[in-house]
Write a protein that binds this ligand. Structure first.
Ligand SMILES: C[S@@+](CC[C@H](N)C(=O)[O-])C[C@H]1O[C@@H](n2cnc3c(N)ncnc32)[C@H](O)[C@@H]1O
Length: 243
């Protein structure tokens, strides 16, 4: 997958200033996913949060797993520079080639970020990092219907051409040597938790925005409008799999 141009990356960084949740998500959903994996983690789990953004998941993981150590990894330095927490190590790196030793992780967590490098490259890169009983838990946007509304399909074909059905994602897991153990559909309120503060930020920035920032604002407004109209035809889905 090709990296977006630097001015677009910078525009997203500007847009996300002051926001914590950079994709659909919530503490309640993280707890629900953790409930699926917790009994399978060792006493002192070693976890990586790939594409951690501002670290909202890493902070929740550290709070809910009091003996875990979490490496929070993101390739945008500005997102992680303020991230601090007990038992959290923030590193600026590419999650397609994480600078972590082989067989060193019990859990790879990736919330709303796997799309940016592609599922199979991500899963191929992460599997060697897992210990023998290690797990991945990631969320991805998935179609909930085989025939989505044309407008939603057209929007996502432009923004996320690899968006798939859960069945296709399970096939990606199989092809990369993983075995699905659990699947969970996040509630629509997880999208609101992301979009409501974002909508306010868009309204603040829009009047003076030019260039790449104006472009990104228009895309995000369109994304929210598509969700308002057609959000039932897709979902944020969590996949838990053994490596
Ligand atoms: C939609 S945001 C989600 C952030 C966070 N997980 C959350 O849910 O709030 C996607 C994140 O992936 C990061 N990212 C994109 N490509 C990356 C890469 N190749 N390596 C590491 N991080 C990457 C972005 O900087 C961004 O923080």
């Amino acid at each position: 997958m090709s990296e977006p141009p630097p001015e677009i990356v910078q525009a997203y960084a500007t847009l996300f200033e002051g926001l914590d949740q950079l994709g659909p998500g919530s503490t309640a959903t993280r707890e629900a996913v953790l409930a699926l994996v917790q009994s399978r983690l060792p006493a002192m789990p070693e976890i990586a949060d790939m594409g951690c953004g501002k670290g909202i998941a890493a902070l929740d993981l550290a709070a809910h797993l009091p003996t875990a150590h979490i490496t929070a990894l993101d390739n945008h330095h500005g997102f992680i520079e303020a991230l601090q927490g007990e038992r959290i190590t923030a590193i600026c790196a590419d999650m397609a080639a994480p600078p972590l030793p082989p067989s060193s992780l019990d859990l790879v967590w990736c919330e709303s970020a796997i799309y940016s490098i592609g599922r199979r490259p991500a899963l191929d890169a992460w599997r060697p990092l897992l210990r023998p009983e290690g797990l991945v838990a990631f969320s991805d946007v998935t179609w909930t219907t085989p025939s989505p509304p044309a407008e939603a399909e057209a929007f996502w074909a432009g923004e996320y051409p690899a968006m798939a059905t859960p069945e296709a994602i399970i096939a990606d897991l199989d092809a990369t040597g993983f075995t699905l153990t659990d699947q969970l559909t996040a509630p629509r309120s997880d999208w609101r938790a992301y979009y409501d503060p974002l909508r306010r930020r868009l309204d603040t920035l829009a009047p003076t925005a030019t260039g790449a920032l104006a472009e990104v604002i228009a895309i995000m407004r369109r994304e929210i409008a598509v969700f308002d109209r057609y959000g039932d035809s897709y979902a944020s889905t969590w996949f838990v799999a053994a490596g």
